[in-house]
Design a protein around this ligand. Sequence first.
Ligand code: SF4
Ligand code: SF4
Length: 248
Amino acid sequence: MENDTIRFACNGCGICCKGRLIPLTLDEARQWLQRGHEVAVVLEAFDETTWSSEPRQFAHSAQRAVAVTSGDAQIRVVAVLAGNALTQCRNLGDDGRCGIYEERPLVCRIYPMEINPLITLRPADKVCPPEVWEAGEVLFTDRVVDPILADQIERSRQADRDDAQAKIALCEAMGMNVAAWKGNALAVYLPDREQLAEAIIRYDRAPVAPKGLDWKVRVETPALAQRLRQAGVALDDQRSTGYIFQGL
Ligand code: SF4
Ligand code: SF4
């Protein structure tokens, strides 16, 4: 088993706190907004054809998604709420330390470990400097070794499942109804902080199920656009959009 052993010792460099979006549970997003920070909304769509050779990946993703109607097609949409750290996280201090260390989100506690059980941890895929993989505690063998870390990963997965309906209902209430196609691009909304906070408060007072209607998909890859159009998926072809479209 030693060949599969991955050791890790975080050096506190803070690279993972910069240049990215920080996925948040719905409860963490409430706290993030209350601290006065922005929360982005990333929307991804997929269907059964997305993982034709990997049905376990479809099953995993479907648990975090909501079935919606797009044109004449049924697709699934995942909404990810994410702290905006595209420059750097607002909680990162000048001393390089996390200013909310005791209350930091689950994903910050879990990184660099993977949350998706079907993705293998590969140090080369992570932003951590190479030397942190050369010593330290055993992070991973054929499984997560630390029971606290394993519990955090399971709580993150459970929150993804528990929050899925509420997040899609929030998106619908705020008119965020265009997703990118999984693996092809990201559609990133940057809603007004106060409007998103108010929408969450309204939802908390009177939770509603998503309607699941009138969703669209943004695609700029001709072959994929043709395939989705043939499947009846409604594509968003507006020149001016309320979201950032980022090809992968
Ligand atoms: S909350 Fe803390 S640990 Fe997480 S990204 Fe921000 S500064 Fe880094
Ligand atoms: S990038 Fe890696 S080594 Fe640096 S603070 Fe983040 S987890 Fe630790």
